[in-house]
Design a protein around this ligand. Structure first.
Ligand code: DC
Length: 219
């Protein structure tokens, strides 16, 4: 059995990773895995269970019992905890505010990285988006992309997605999450060796997808 084609797409919040990754997967007929949604689903379950997300030992202990299930169809990416569809609540403010501290807990990362590697192994080719895909989850990925964008552009996009939220407040919240994600000890956000940097600041979504599809096809 040959190893499946893996396209790893890492980068900070708001760089356009999700729309880009789904678009690339759809164009290339590949599966798609949103690992950020998995950290969000874990966070939702812990909040639901009343766990103090700022207590790493409590988070690590409770995480063992959380059953995160990800669908890998880029046209219909699903996310469940057990049988509960959590695709709506994981995008809410409560989860968004709590997800970075949860994602710093090493045991949470071990559990979710294990699930991610299983999904990759079970696929016939997959686009995987996150923060540590090229560095930790799939360091042997055939294609590694580090997707970046100017912070103001990222905040403007996020605010528009959220129906015209305050762009300045969104930029501050993104900056806070970037700081936690980039400075944590366990698998910080950083460009992987061999990753190609794609800057989406001045590109449309289709242009970013074209650029990455071009990189995959010319490998
Ligand atoms: O991509 P996102 O905003 O949905 O990610 C939510 C959080 O999960 C983000 O703060 C960083 C964390 N995350 C991570 O630590 N590792 C990943 N592979 C994906 C996301």
């Amino acid at each position: 059995m040959s190893t499946p084609l893996v396209v790893a797409i890492d980068g900070p919040s708001g760089s356009g990773k999700s729309s880009t990754s789904r678009g690339v997967a759809t164009r290339l007929g590949l599966a798609y895995l949103d690992t950020g949604a998995m950290y969000r689903a874990m966070t939702w379950a812990l909040l639901q269970a009343g766990v103090d997300v700022d207590d790493p030992a409590a988070v690590a202990a409770a995480a063992e019992h959380v059953d995160v299930r990800s669908g890998t169809d880029p046209l219909d990416p699903t996310i469940h905890v057990g049988d509960t569809d959590v695709s709506g609540p994981i995008r809410g403010d409560r989860v968004t505010a709590a997800v970075s501290p949860v994602a710093t807990v090493p045991r949470v990362r071990e559990l979710l990285v294990d699930l991610q590697r299983r999904a990759i192994a079970a696929s016939d080719g997959i686009v995987v988006e996150g923060r540590d895909i090229g560095t930790v989850v799939a360091p042997d990925a055939a294609v590694k992309i580090y997707l970046v964008a100017d912070p103001t552009a990222r905040a403007a996009r996020r605010a528009a997605e959220q129906g015209g939220a305050d762009a300045a407040a969104t930029e501050a919240s993104l900056a806070r999450r970037d700081e936690i994600d980039s400075s944590r000890a366990a698998s910080p956000l950083t460009k992987a060796d061999g990753a190609t940097v794609v800057d989406s600041t001045f590109l449309t979504l289709d242009e970013v997808i074209d650029a990455i599809v071009g990189i995959v096809e010319s490998r």
